[in-house]
Structures are given as structure tokens and as C-alpha cells.
Design a protein around this ligand. Structure first.
Ligand code: GDP
Ligand code: MN
Length: 363
């Protein structure tokens, strides 16, 4: 999973890596103390080149540019938040990154005096400007290793302690967060001698989710929204199934009883309450929808989770009509939840489809 720049930087900061003063917003700001840089929070690289980084000197200008960015798409990604930070007086841009090297099966630490550009490009054109260090993951990464790395490349010796300290701390972030990629590009030396992370990338390993609470990161929610497959159609009856085959069959039955499907929505296997609710809400974004037919053959999916999802959706959209058929895992528990909440439940999918078609007829 990818973290946004502001999320990555917050983590960097908690490990003692210097970042510039700023805050994230999706609206108005009240004051600026110094000239600022306004940065679109999107999960694509090269925002600078795609117009995702703007500068402003006054509050008025800042407000204007925030709006401009919030109305933009950067490489196809809608901008929902921007990061407003002190504009750094940059003297020099370095590159620092740590990745898992698949071949060596080790973390690879990369540092380059050519920052602010793609590291692949530097690797092609000026490979001598990159130092690499393969880290033994069983061992501790000590600050002297970072200093030794920097001695192999052309940077002023007075910068070495501060930069080495950042490398040391960034490795800690990488290890403790179960990173698969972490990057500071550029790592900046300012005119007034500060060394800070001007950008931040942190991609974490999804397989390590049990060790962390990744749900606090923005991408977590957005991903869960995409845990179902949705295709919008022209009718007024939403159709939800689990598995593409069952969902298609459910649409056919709706048509057989004279109804017109508003969508194909497959919640897949193992959808929980939240995914079910989100799926229903996705369907309800289409204002033509009068009712939803839900057809579940529960295996990994649990009928009680599906029922809870329907109940949660109904709390938010009390007028929507449902007709449900579900069989399999936790069927009894699921049915009880539906009955308690007066949600029509049928034993066969034919009956459930027919019932819904009748319910929405007078609409
Ligand atoms: P990216 O294009 O998505 O990697 O976004 P970055 O945050 O790395 O910014 C791209 C470039 O914008 C940097 O390499 C800098 O040259 C410039 N930039 C970003 N922040 C600042 C800043 O605070 N001051 C100055 N002068 N330039 C900045
Ligand atoms: Mn960058």
C-alpha cells in the first residue's frame, strides 16, 4: 500500500527526520507566515513536472492555487488534499531511497548527489553519482555504515553527519514500518544550511498488515471501495451477487420477471459488513435505482456480515427497497438480522427477484 506524502512525512518526523513546517488541507487556509509550496497529495510520482507543485507568496495567491490544484487531475488522479509547506530555499537536492532488492533478497540503500530527478535516469546517465549499500536484514544498521557510504561519494564533508543521521533514521522507518520502498527525493540542503526531507514516499508491505494499523492511512479506505466489481447499466434495479457467474445469473432472473438491472455488482469472496455497505452506497449514487436485489451463496462470505452491511446501508438510506436471498455460511444468523430489521428475505433467488420487481413497479 502506498502512503501519501504527508503521511510519510509525519512518520519521518516521528523518527526524528527533519521536514519543513506545514499542514495538509482540502479547503481554506487562514494565514501563511512565509512563501509556501503547495503540493497535490496524489499517489503518482513526478508531480512537479505534471503541474502538481505550485508556489505562492501571499495568502490570496495561496488560496487561489489551492483551489486550482483541488480542481485538477494529476496523471489521472483527482486531487483531494494538498500539503502547504514553507518554501525551502534549496541549495542542493540529493536522492535517498531504500528498496527491497528481489535478487539479493536484501534491503538496498541508494544515495545520489543528483536529487530531484528520477533515480532510473541517474542510474543510466551518471551511475558514478550513486552509491549503493546492501544491508544484511539480520544485522543492525549503525550510523557509521551510513557515514562510510557517504565517504564514497562527492559531498561536502561537513554535510556528512546530518545526511548520515537521516539515512540511519530512514532505515529504521523502512524496517519498523515493513517498507518495500521508502524515498526522500529530494533530500534538500538549504541556503541556510538545513538538511531536510522535501518529499516523502513510503510503500508498505500489505502482507505485514497484522503487525500494524494500516487502516489509519488514506489509501486503506479507498482500496476497500474497490473491493467489488461494479458496472453501471440503464435500469432501476440494483443487482448484487458474490462471484461473477452468480451476479450475471441474478441479472438474468431480474429480466425474466420484467425488471431492468441498474448494474452488475460482484462483491467477490469474503466481503465484510463495510464492503457490503459501500457496495450498496455505490449503487445508490445512481439516482435511477429504486430497489436492490441481493443474491449471495455464502462460502468465505458470511451471511451475517452481508445482513449487517444491508442494515447499515438502510440506516443511511431508509427509503431503498431490498429483497434478499442468501444461503450458506452463517445463514441463520444473517436471516435473523434481516427479520429483525424488516428486510424481505426469500428462500429462492427466483422469489427474491420477483418480489423486488413487484415492489418497485409502482415507483
Ligand atoms: P515530485 O515531483 O512528485 O517528486 O514532487 P517533489 O516534492 O519532489 O517536488 C518536485 C520538485 O519541486 C523538487 O525536486 C524541487 O525542485 C521543487 N520543490 C519542491 N518543494 C520545494 C520547496 O520547498 N522549495 C523549492 N525551491 N523547490 C521545491
Ligand atoms: Mn520527489
Amino acid at each position: 500500500m502506498k502512503l501519501h506524502e504527508y503521511e510519510a512525512k509525519n512518520i519521518f518526523k516521528s523518527y526524528g527526520i527533519p521536514i519543513s513546517e506545514g499542514y495538509v488541507t482540502s479547503g481554506e487556509i487562514k494565514e501563511i507566515k512565509k512563501p509556501v509550496v503547495i503540493k497535490a497529495q496524489v499517489l503518482v510520482g513526478g508531480r512537479g513536472k505534471s503541474g502538481g507543485i505550485l508556489f505562492a507568496n501571499t495568502l490570496e495567491e495561496t488560496t487561489e492555487k489551492i483551489k486550482e490544484l483541488l480542481n485538477k487531475e494529476i496523471k489521472g488522479e483527482k486531487v483531494e488534499k494538498v500539503l502547504v509547506e514553507e518554501k525551502l530555499p534549496i541549495k542542493k537536492e540529493y536522492y535517498l531511497g531504500i528498496v527491497i532488492d528481489r535478487k539479493e533478497k536484501k534491503p538496498l540503500i541508494l544515495f545520489s548527489t543528483e536529487g530531484g530527478v528520477d533515480i532510473e535516469e541517474v542510474a543510466q546517465k551518471n551511475p558514478e553519482k550513486i552509491v549503493k549499500y546492501y544491508m544484511d536484514p539480520q544485522k543492525e544498521f549503525l550510523p557509521y555504515l551510513a557515514r562510510n557510504m557517504l565517504k564514497k561519494i562527492n559531498i561536502p564533508s561537513k554535510e556528512i553527519p546530518k545526511v548520515a543521521d537521516i539515512i540511519y533514521k530512514l532505515y529504521k522507518v523502512f524496517k519498523e514500518m515493513d517498507g518495500i520502498l521508502v524515498e526522500i527525493n529530494p533530500l534538500v540542503i538549504t541556503e541556510d544550511g538545513r538538511v531536510l526531507a522535501a518529499d516523502g514516499v513510503l510503500n508498505v508491505d500489505d502482507d505485514a498488515h497484522h503487525r500494524h494499523d494500516y487502516s489509519k492511512f488514506e489509501e486503506f479506505d479507498r482500496r476497500n471501495n474497490f473491493e467489488f466489481a461494479y458496472v453501471k447499466l440503464n435500469g432501476n434495479i440494483g443487482v448484487i451477487g458474490n462471484g461473477a457467474g452468480l451476479t450475471l445469473a441474478s441479472m438474468d432472473i431480474v429480466k425474466e420477471y420484467g425488471g431492468d438491472p441498474a448494474c452488475f455488482l460482484d462483491i467477490g469472496g469474503g466481503a465484510d459488513e463495510r464492503v457490503v455497505r459501500k457496495a450498496i452506497e455505490k449503487i445508490l449514487e445512481n439516482k435511477n435505482v429504486d430497489g436492490i436485489f441481493i443474491n449471495i451463496l455464502a462460502g468465505i462470505t458470511r451471511c451475517d456480515e452481508v445482513a449487517k452491511g444491508i442494515v447499515e446501508a438502510l440506516k443511511r438510506h431508509p427509503k431503498v427497497k431490498f429483497s434478499v436471498r442468501m444461503m450458506g455460511t452463517n445463514e441463520k444468523e444473517g436471516r435473523e438480522i434481516l427479520i429483525e430489521n424488516n428486510i424481505p428475505f426469500e428462500k429462492s433467488m427466483e422469489d427474491a427477484a420477483k418480489k423486488l420487481v413487484e415492489m418497485v413497479k409502482d415507483y
